[in-house]
Design a protein around this ligand. Structure first.
Ligand code: NI
Length: 412
């Protein structure tokens, strides 16, 4: 089959952000039907955030569709990009957009802190594993397609334009998650003018640049990111839910080492309790549904720590937190928590929040956001925009950003 084969009839999928998501190519429709893509319906985009923003219940699946749609709009409407890529390359970009998050584990980024293998690595493994449905679909079009798509996702492809569309500092991935997370959390100032950004996109030497006349749209996008980090991504309460989830998994691991008999079947989690990565076959069996079942069952476990941690998530009885001023304070909190009968290994955690709003690289480095001036020369955006300069110059880590979490101790 040819990668450029079109469906007999264009398919459209309703979406609150773009009204419609449009599918023209057979390969995209085939990829959507795979087990690994459908699995993303069972993984929330922002684990923990729904404890603070209850409507934030959207999945990795709908985000992946959104990234595909932004990429589709760019390759079909941005003149420079339309003219720089042939049809095969355009379809490859669409496949990479759809598959870019296929390796996420349950509770998204949260799970990576437990398993210590990145979702990027599993995305590559799933695409390259000959037994995955994604790999079989890709190979049914072209034997070389799995490695080609994987090279777009991990930036090793020879044409930077292909991967900059999916992953750079202003790309289809970031644009979709920002718009969608802002909409779903009910945080409208996280939004920005995506259509304007597409209108000012240009290509210079196989790299994406933006016209100076549209710098306001980029400022607006950077401000949107800033507000989303402040208000949503680093909300201390959603971070707290993530911490308890991590303690919960660590407790299961510890009990399993002690040959504890659980009142529920942990066989799907078993491969993850050893160090190192697991097989693709085992990896894709785990999702939010499985883990949520464990949480519900663990409420009635006889192990007090496991049962208590599960109850805290099931009933939303989260930890308290405060800004950590020095390491001695952390030691004192651990001592106090221990004296109240809690095991500090599971009940005290400190977290340093690191913002990633915009990072400037060297003067003309295409990892930065670059502006093309009327004379054709290129400048990194902080040289053109005082607003972006101010945000990127402000300290990425603020002193008040180290938080320590611990349970509220009941006074008897
Ligand atoms: Ni993504």
């Amino acid at each position: 089959m040819n990668i450029c084969n079109k469906l007999n009839e264009t398919k459209v999928i309703r979406d609150p952000i773009y009204s419609y998501i449009q599918v023209d190519y057979q390969i995209i429709w085939d990829l959507l039907a795979t087990f690994e893509m459908q699995r993303l319906r069972r993984i929330l985009q922002l684990a923990g955030t729904n404890y603070v923003f209850p409507s934030c219940e959207h999945t990795r699946f709908v985000h992946s569709l959104g990234v595909y749609e932004v990429a589709r709009k760019i390759i079909t409407t941005v003149e420079d990009i339309k003219n720089s890529l042939n049809e095969e390359e355009k379809v490859q970009v669409l496949c990479a957009a759809l598959l870019h998050d296929v390796g996420h584990g349950p509770y998204s980024h949260c799970f990576e802190n437990f398993h210590e293998v990145s979702h990027e690595e599993y995305t590559k493994l799933i695409i390259l594993d000959e037994n995955s449905e994604v790999n079989k679909v890709l190979r049914s079009y072209d034997e070389k397609l799995p490695s080609l798509i994987s090279s777009i996702i991990d930036h090793s492809h020879s044409n930077p334009l292909l991967y900059q569309l999916i992953s750079s500092q202003i790309d289809a991935d970031r644009m979709d998650y920002l718009l969608r997370d802002a909409y779903m959390s009910g945080t409208p100032y996280g939004s920005f003018d995506v259509n304007r950004i597409m209108r000012i996109m240009k290509v210079k030497d196989q790299n994406i640049v933006f016209k100076k006349s549209g710098v306001s749209a980029i400022e607006n996008y950077i401000m949107g990111r800033y507000h989303m980090y402040e208000q949503v991504y680093y909300h201390p309460v959603s971070t707290c839910a993530e911490i308890i989830f991590l303690s919960f998994l660590r407790r299961i691991k510890e009990l399993s080492i002690q040959n504890y008999q659980f009142n529920f079947d942990i066989s799907i989690l078993k491969p993850f309790l050893k160090d190192g990565r697991v097989s693709v076959k085992d990896y894709v069996l785990l999702d939010d549904v499985v883990v949520n079942y464990y949480l519900k069952q663990a409420v009635n476990e006889k192990d007090e720590i496991l049962s208590d941690l599960a109850k805290r998530l099931v009933y939303r009885k989260l930890f308290d937190y405060k800004v950590l001023t020095n390491e001695n304070e952390l030691i004192a909190i651990k001592e106090e928590i221990k004296s109240k009968g809690y095991n500090p290994d599971y009940y005290v955690a400190s977290v340093k929040l690191r913002r990633n709003i915009y990072k400037k690289y060297g003067d003309v480095n295409y990892a930065s956001i670059n502006i093309i001036l009327d004379d054709g020369s290129v400048k990194e955006i902080t040289k053109v925009s005082q607003i972006v300069n101010a945000i990127s110059a402000s300290k990425i880590v603020k002193s008040e950003d180290t938080l320590v979490y611990f349970p509220l101790v009941k006074e008897n």
